[in-house]
Design a protein around this ligand. Structure first.
Ligand SMILES: NC(=O)c1ccc[n+]([C@@H]2O[C@H](COP(=O)([O-])OP(=O)(O)OC[C@H]3O[C@@H](n4cnc5c(N)ncnc54)[C@H](O)[C@@H]3O)[C@@H](O)[C@H]2O)c1
Length: 322
């Protein structure tokens, strides 16, 4: 079986591709290596993936539908994991069109490709906790109303969910959308707080703490996320043609407590530079994971202490290679 992973040079796509290739699946990893963050990190992830003979990388921009069709021509793809996106809430203030191209046009191009090529048995795509906006009670349940996003990023993720709903219904393409909650871990994202804080504490630089550090995030370790994706994909077919599930840790942590955990792991105190809240940021995120637990047996198993320790250990090694 051939499996397509989009965003394979990205954080979660890299981990998922690795797990799939490790169990012997033929994986086509697709990415356009956007310069949103250090492309050297993406290239290094690809170097790791290139050690698996069943992994093949294709450098393609999903927003270019001709290039996408050409790259996938004749490939017998049965499962698609669509993880490519323009992530980050704040960057939309600088570059809104990246969200249109990578999160809306690209999603539609992929759906169109699947519709016309046929043969895809399951389309799993990444959505986000950001679709819940500011007005929903925590923990967020999949049935909550998601019509009031607080960022352009969230609006594009919600748009992708709605396009999938339509394509599942009209073209009978089985789909699962997974709303991820603040994913972290080795080979992670340099724009995210846990990376920025670790880097700054180690270098003895002050860290910017928005909203006085009062936000709460449901930090979810990347191996738990990959386990959740695979639990969904490996389940026997059935049920509604389009479903949406949360993948989170169900344990929100105050940002200042996360910083304290990092200080303890690194063995050094952080210098805090308090800043006002940023537009578009949510106050609290927390996943209700009861539905994905009931349907697929998903259970996150990694505490923040353990996960951050693994991240910091990896980060120190990564810095030595650089
Ligand atoms: N990491 C998190 O905390 C988190 C939380 C919620 C949702 N998500 C979602 O999970 C998915 C994976 O996120 P990630 O953290 O691995 O991000 P990432 O930025 O590390 O990976 C995304 C990859 O997609 C690629 N990409 C972007 N636009 C593309 C395009 N037009 N064509 C081809 N490739 C393109 C990028 O080059 C990048 O390598 C995304 O859909 C993101 O929105 C992530």
């Amino acid at each position: 079986m051939t499996i397509l992973v989009t965003g394979a040079a990205g954080f979660i796509g890299y981990h998922l591709s690795r797990r799939l290739a490790d169990r012997g699946e033929r994986v086509i990893g697709l990415d356009n290596l956007t310069e949103f963050y250090d492309t050297e990190l993406k290239r290094r992830r690809l170097v790791q993936l290139s050690t698996f003979p069943s992994f093949e990388f294709k450098h393609v921009d999903l927003a270019n539908r001709e290039a996408l069709a050409e790259a996938l021509k004749g490939e017998p793809i049965r499962q698609v994991f669509h993880l490519a996106a323009q992530a980050n809430v704040r960057y939309a203030l600088e570059n809104p069109y990246a969200y249109l191209d990578s999160n809306i046009t690209s999603h539609l191009n992929l759906l169109e490709h699947i519709r016309h090529s046929g043969g895809v048995e399951m389309f799993v795509y990444a959505s986000s906790s950001s679709v819940y906006g500011a007005a929903n009670p925590v923990p967020f349940h999949e049935d909550a109303i998601t019509d009031h996003p607080t960022s352009l990023y969230a609006a594009t993720k919600k748009s992708a969910e709605m396009m999938s709903e339509v394509y599942a219904d009209i073209f009978d393409i089985p789909q699962v959308g997974l709303r991820f909650f603040s994913v972290y871990g080795p080979w992670g994202r340099p724009d995210m707080a846990y990376w920025l804080f670790t880097e700054a504490i180690l270098a003895g630089r002050p860290i910017k703490v928005f909203n006085d550090g009062n936000m709460q995030r449901d930090f979810t370790y990347v191996d738990d996320v990959v386990a959740g994706i695979l639990a969904v994909a490996d389940a026997p077919p059935g049920g509604p043609r389009h479903r949406v599930y949360n993948i989170g840790n169900n344990t929100p942590v105050v940002l200042l407590d996360m910083i304290k955990t990092l200080e303890r792991i690194i063995g050094k105190e952080a210098e805090l530079d308090f800043m006002p809240a940023q537009p578009g940021e949510m106050q609290v995120t927390c996943a209700d994971v009861s539905t994905i637990r009931k349907d697929f047996g998903f259970r996150p198993t990694t505490s923040l202490d353990v996960g951050l320790q693994k991240f910091v250990d990896w980060f120190r090694r990564y810095q030595r290679w650089s």
